[in-house]
Design a protein around this ligand. Sequence first.
Ligand SMILES: [Zn+2]
Length: 95
Amino acid sequence: MKVKTLKRKWARAYWLFLWGILLSGFLGAALPEGARPLGLAALVLCAAGMIFGIWKLRCPYCGKSAPRAPAFSPSSGKTQYCSSCGRPFVYDDEA
Ligand SMILES: [Zn+2]
């Protein structure tokens, strides 16, 4: 049986968006009053991207949960398991 995998690119996107949220939060505080909506827009955009990334990383078998900390690279080591059906999360570059 073929193993169903998660796309590594979404795991990476998740972390990039997370950084984007932190960065735009910082930027929003540092920007002058008039430019704050820009920081806020970036924040909302990154939050939406992160949620979309998690949605794309749901368990390919049951679709109920996603890895709590998506693995950025194959070398990060330990396997995470679905909290709903118990199957391991396998990424497309590991299968
Ligand atoms: Zn599952």
